[in-house]
Design a protein around this ligand. Structure first.
Ligand code: SF4
Ligand code: SF4
Ligand code: FES
Length: 253
């Protein structure tokens, strides 16, 4: 027989809802998702929660625990303050479908807005060659499990619904940065300047490098330090580096 803990879980949809209290058994080694499942099994069979892998790899159990964006399956009960109520709410930045399940389609729309990798002309797939350092740089970004916790926590989106059309959010600015760093991406040859797109189409200027996105990333990706700041630096170079400006002017002439 484990301990009894007090859970406050948000129940409702996008229109209406409230907190519901549950006293529930907690055993050694359990994570918050185990407790949500126990509440479903014993007290609230209609409690909605999204999950798939229970291993921190599918990115579907994102929610907020005591106000902090977290994966339910990777948050051990032993890391939460004992004897205090545990408050579980859906991600605040996205519309609620029901209870802990949010509609994250905003993120899929933003993903579609980023132009895909453009293969280099005259090089067959399989003949691509890159320096190991370039492979490693993008490998970090490729660890993303699309949990959207970074999108949820970023204050540009979280507190300002009106910014959503103009701001892609950290996950997709990171994707733009990855493509811009890619030595084989031939977007420029097709007239697409990824740095200009980052600034003008994906809202890079909204980001004021608070690093909150990196702090909540379950894959520990250094989103701000390794993607957003370098991208901002390259955008600044594009605008203010006299050599780049001269080259651009010469190209226009
Ligand atoms: S660093 Fe930028 S993208 Fe990340 S949370 Fe802060 S404002 Fe948002
Ligand atoms: S960058 Fe990290 S926090 Fe953001 S969606 Fe990917 S895994 Fe989640
Ligand atoms: S259930 Fe897959 S990440 Fe939590």
């Amino acid at each position: 027989m484990g301990n009894q803990e007090h859970f406050r879980v948000w129940r409702g949809d996008d229109e209406t809802g409230d907190f519901v209290d549950y006293d529930v058994e907690v055993n050694e080694g359990e994570v918050v998702l185990d407790i949500i499942h126990r509440i479903q099994a014993t007290q609230a069979p209609d409690l909605a929660v999204r999950w798939n892998c229970k291993a921190g790899k599918c990115g579907s159990c994102s929610a907020e625990i005591n106000g902090r964006p977290r994966l339910l399956c990777m948050t051990r009960m032993s890391t939460l303050p004992p004897g205090e109520p545990i408050v579980v709410t859906p991600m605040r930045t996205f519309p609620v479908i029901r209870d802990l399940v949010t509609d994250v389609s905003f993120n899929y729309e933003k993903a579609r807005e980023v132009r895909a990798f453009v293969p280099p002309e005259g090089v067959a797939p399989g003949d691509y060659r890159m320096q190991q350092v370039d492979v490693e740089r993008s490998q970090e970004f490729r660890k993303c499990i699309e949990c959207f916790l970074c999108q949820d926590t970023c204050h540009v989106l979280r507190d300002h619904e009106e910014n959503k059309p103009a701001f892609a959010g950290p996950r997709f600015l990171m994707r733009v940065a990855e493509l811009d760093m890619h030595p084989l991406d031939a977007a420029a040859e097709q007239g697409l300047n990824r740095k200009e797109a980052a600034q003008d189409e994906h809202g890079l200027g909204f980001c004021n490098i608070t690093k909150c996105c990196s702090e909540v990333c379950p894959e520990h990706i250094k989103i701000t330090d390794n993607a957003l700041i370098p991208l901002k630096e390259r955008v600044v170079d594009l605008k203010f580096d006299p050599l780049i400006r001269r080259k651009k002017r010469a190209r226009r002439a």
